[in-house]
Design a binder for this molecule. Structure first.
Ligand SMILES: C[S@@+](CC[C@H](N)C(=O)[O-])C[C@H]1O[C@@H](n2cnc3c(N)ncnc32)[C@H](O)[C@@H]1O
Length: 232
């Protein structure tokens, strides 16, 4: 992992340099707003199907929380700060997450060894972490840990892309691999997110056209997957 971690740190430092001054991941960027809104609709759909219509009592953990964008979204959906936990391996990301969310339950740790003996999170999330990991053994460990800390009747939410031909530092993950990573679980896949390069061109011209293209699903780059452990 040390090698992969070093690679990851270099990769994120490069991305930060490359994106300095850019607003592509800002909610004030219409294409990004479009992408986040569509993901939120899919998330709400997945949560409701699994009976999670109220998050105030839910204990939630995000592996690879980065700068806290998803944790903030969960608070906007009603999750309570004292029940929200985030883990990331990069300290500067966690400082950003703390500043953005005000949350304190943030841990700097490798997701292969989550710092929780607690095994009862109602919701465990990973959003675009696995696609940054190139080592299959590391991915398997991360998935094992997510399963370990999830309540047997809880839910794991996966959001990641299945194809990204432009960045060799990432690898898209398809449904068959997701199924292998979480053996004996039950899966519900939603193919979402109009591929960001397309969204960035279309959304400023027409939100309606972007919605229509996304509804076709052939240009969608990510899967949101609801993963249910075997249960008790
Ligand atoms: C693309 S960012 C996504 C951040 C956040 N989930 C979001 O969607 O905004 C991926 C994050 O995963 C973290 N990460 C990658 N490998 C990790 C590992 N083994 N343990 C913990 N965090 C990891 C990275 O440091 C990075 O902050």
């Amino acid at each position: 992992m040390t090698d992969d971690l070093d690679r990851l740190k270099t990769e994120y430092a490069d991305r930060a340099r490359h994106l300095a001054g850019s607003d592509i991941y800002s909610m004030l960027n219409p294409a990004n707003l479009f992408i986040i809104h569509s993901r939120q609709r899919a998330m709400v759909n997945a949560l409701r199907i699994h009976g999670m219509t109220n998050l105030t009592q839910s204990r939630i953990m995000e592996l690879g929380c980065g700068a806290g964008g998803v944790l903030a979204e969960l608070m906007s959906l009603g999750a309570r700060p004292h029940h929200l936990f985030g883990v990331d391996v990069l300290p500067d990301r966690l400082f950003g997450a703390q500043a953005a969310t005000g949350l304190w339950n943030l841990a700097c740790a490798d997701g292969r060894s989550l710092p929780y003996t607690f095994q009862g999170f109602d919701l465990v999330l990973q959003f675009t972490v696995f696609s940054s990991v190139l080592d299959d053994a590391v991915k398997a460990h991360l998935a094992e840990e997510m399963l370990r800390v999830a309540h047997p009747n809880g839910l794991i939410l996966w959001y990641d892309f299945w194809l990204n031909p432009t960045n060799p530092q990432t690898r898209g993950i398809r449904p068959a691999e997701i199924k292998r990573l979480f053996p004996e679980c039950i899966f519900a896949f939603q193919k979402i997110t109009l591929a960001p390069p397309i969204a960035r061109r279309v959304v400023p011209v027409s939100w309606g056209l972007a919605y229509w293209l996304e509804s076709l699903r052939i240009f969608n780059s990510h899967y949101l997957v609801a993963i249910r452990p075997k249960g008790e």
